[in-house]
Design a protein around this ligand. Structure first.
Ligand code: CMC
Length: 393
């Protein structure tokens, strides 16, 4: 193969050095800047995790207050953005809308194009963390035909997000701290995950020096697929299709059948060959939300629990080290919070924005940074001469 190795799916190629996130897939460990995800999710909030990912350290009280203030101040999007929305069909998938609208932000913030200026890089990062939730809520409101709800800056990040999604002009919005905490947790759990497909896409797009908003739009496009961020939507759809516990064996058999392309959505991970630590926290959060909403017997939760129990004791899943991943439980929680499945991946994008932007910044600031340019193994035709169209057979 000459001077380079062939590594489809980059299963054994490190594309960069990074100090942001550490995963030990065999042990089921996930650390951000050295801190275990379990501790960040239990004791902190999403904006604290954002600060940590971006700056490398947990903020002091005053740093946190200042950061929260800066993010809050940037939550509005330009009024003209609403015209972009009206250009989409109402039945457009909200991820399609997000790819377009986040890319369009690059046309509003010309100063962010100067990526050589550290101040501009940080301003772009804050704008992204602040505005993408607003666009996500607008995508949801547009999707269901309701008026857009402006951000409210006296609410915390997660509460404001739920407010922008669920408030209606004809009724007073009453925040629910348990649901807001669950939303915040979902954001923390999805904030970063080192060099996954969408993050690698953001780095690759950014390696050419492209506008950061355009790079994040590329990440959103990549996240959309069912093998990546689309899995939470696919997992819930699958649980609904299975419907009742007695049908689980049929689906387990299908997942094991080599001739059937069906896969158990929400199971398996390229890196985790053990229980995904995020899935454990998510399972707990799911229970809290269902209890708060008084949902006692959610048939989907019954199916999920039984599916997990059977899969964890099944030889095929044990041998292939297939465990539930974070998306297995997040779908049930998001549904209980009131989101339709089409919004699930959008919520993942809201959370992952900080990971993408932190990784983008790290790449731009890396003195060894080069434009990403994989090689290939050419398997096409050998040299041959052009044949005039009249002479072609
Ligand atoms: N159900 C049944 N069999 C599976 C599954 C599954 N969910 N996942 C993997 N396998 C089998 C697969 O058929 C293959 O078998 P064999 O070796 O006999 O060909 C073996 O396990 C290895 O699978 P792979 O596709 O080579 O592994 P990968 O590392 O390329 O894929 C994955 C990882 C996440 C794409 C895959 O496990 C999958 O498709 N899972 C379902 C989708 C899903 O839940 N994705 C969310 C990932 S977590 C969120 C995120 O990071 O975006």
């Amino acid at each position: 193969t000459g001077a380079f190795t062939y590594d489809p799916g980059f299963t054994s190629t490190a594309s960069c050095e990074s100090q942001i996130t550490y995963i030990d897939g065999d042990e089921g460990i996930l650390l951000h800047r050295g801190y275990p995800i379990e501790q960040l999710a239990e004791h902190g909030d999403f904006l604290e995790a954002c600060y940590l990912l971006l700056y490398g350290e947990l903020p002091t009280k005053s740093q946190k207050a200042d950061f929260d203030f800066r993010v809050t101040r940037h939550t509005m999007v330009h009024e003209q953005m609403s015209r972009f929305f009206s250009g989409f069909r109402r039945d457009a998938h909200p991820m399609a809308v997000m790819v377009g609208c986040v890319g369009a932000l690059s046309a509003f913030y010309h100063d962010s194009t100067d990526i050589s200026d550290p101040h501009q890089r940080m301003v772009a990062s804050i704008r992204m963390i602040a505005k993408i939730p607003t666009l996500a809520a607008m995508a949801y409101k547009y999707h269901i035909g309701q008026p857009f709800v402006y951000p409210r800056n006296n609410l915390d990040f997660a509460t404001n997000f739920l407010h922008m999604c669920f408030a209606v002009p004809c009724e007073e919005y009453v925040p629910n701290p348990v649901l807001a905490r669950a939303m915040d947790r979902i954001f923390i759990l999805h904030a970063d995950h080192e060099q996954n497909a969408s993050t690698s896409t953001v780095r690759l797009a950014g390696s050419s020096g492209a506008n950061p908003f355009a790079c994040i739009a590329a990440g959103i496009a990549c996240l959309w697929g069912p093998a990546h961020g689309g899995a939470n939507e696919a997992a819930l759809t699958m649980l609904g299709e299975i419907g009742t516990v007695d049908r689980i064996p049929e689906y387990i058999a299908r997942a094991k059948d080599k001739n059937d392309p069906f896969r158990l959505m929400g199971f398996g991970h390229r890196v985790y060959k053990n229980y995904d630590p995020r899935a454990k926290i998510m399972q707990q959060t799911t229970r809290e939300v269902l209890a708060e909403l008084g949902i006692k017997d959610d048939p989907l939760l019954d199916v999920a629990m039984e599916l997990e129990r059977i899969a964890l004791t099944d030889e095929y899943f044990i041998e292939k080290k297939l465990y539930p991943n974070v998306d297995f439980y997040s779908g049930i929680t998001l549904k209980a919070l009131g989101f339709p499945t089409t919004m699930f991946t959008v919520l993942f994008a809201v959370a992952r924005t900080v990971g993408w932007i932190a990784q983008w910044k790290e790449m731009i600031e890396d003195p060894h940074q080069k434009i990403g340019r994989p090689r290939q193994l050419y398997t096409g035709a050998t040299p041959r001469d052009y044949v005039n169209v009249e002479d072609r057979k």
